[in-house]
Design a protein around this ligand. Sequence first.
Ligand SMILES: [Zn+2]
Ligand SMILES: [Zn+2]
Length: 409
Amino acid sequence: MTLTVTVHRGTRQIGGSVIEIAHPDGKRLLLDAGQALDIDEGAEDQLPPTLDLTRPAEVLLTHAHLDHWGLVHKLPANWRVHCGKATAKLIKAAPFAGAGLPHEFQTWGASGKPVNIGAFCVTPYLTDHSAFDAHMLQIDAAGRRVFYTGDFRRHGRKSTLVDKLMANPPRDVDLLITEGTNLGTDKPTVRESELEADLVARAGQVQGRIFVAWSGQNIDRTVTLYRAAKRTGRDLIIDLYTADILDQIAEGTKLPRPGFPNLKVVITRALRNHYALLRGEGFIERMLPHAIAADKLQDSRGIIMLRQGLVKDYSAKGVVPTVQDLFLWSMWDGYLAKGDKAYDWCKAAGTQMDKLHTSGHAATADLMAFAAAIAPKAIVPVHGQNWHAPPDGFGPILNATDGTPIRLP
Ligand SMILES: [Zn+2]
Ligand SMILES: [Zn+2]
């Protein structure tokens, strides 16, 4: 009697991962419950059809990206959710569904410390990814060992976590479930520290402001921008959404947050109303000493957060991009391809347009090196579009398909 692993979704696509591990006694774990990137958010049948909702399961979430947790609200309310402490906070702070989830959340302790969840022993390992508090998961049960990478990279600000794990890997892994986002692509995988140096060099040549479109949940990027701001004597100006995220997770860390030098929070109308309701007026009042009014942005020389949702409130306060400013797209290109109001707003004004980004996922060489370090008996590929043609020497990759159970030997 042994474990059965079923990738309900993910063997052929990036995002929307839903993976089940079943114990011979019937107990089940669900690794991630992600929203598929190509699915209409309002669609009814977003859960993979092969996932049985009639039997109980415990849910483990590797990190707070929607393509890993965005379907938790579709799972039975009595299924318990396990994740890292900051991940739980980020999910509850998310504008979409997070705050209203009825599920009980249990957060695990220190990285590398095993926790027993029913018949399973789960060891979470903090890892390097564009989501803060992302974890890899080792699962021991029924005499077998499964290791799931979640999403990871080896060129972010926490790359040493991956290096350390590779130097001292778990032994006797029966099955490695690995992501492969960047297989067969040439997405940039420069280090975050190189982005910082790049921005510092460029900032000296920009007379005006530097508008940056990035995700407030990408804490590594916020740190990169903040460090560059300090080094160039500019202020990093974040919106209330980003301020709220930092406010919630930064305590006990070295992360920048409202109250740090060279960091200001722009109070815009729509977000002010939203957060006054969500967090109470007390939150807004705590932000005020570190705030800059939107109408002061026109004369600032800051590194300023700019997202589509901010354009309306910025323009209403007389903020106009100019030819002296620089606009930096600091997210995945795929979002830009769908059209972006902030990008269009700056481009129409003749602002210099450029990119400042690195992938949240491991380069192909790092995926291979990681798999080699783990040296599993078999590999189940997920979270990639090019697994049909893996590079030579990747390892013992199984030909898995969505919804087909794999019985571990
Ligand atoms: Zn993902
Ligand atoms: Zn992710």
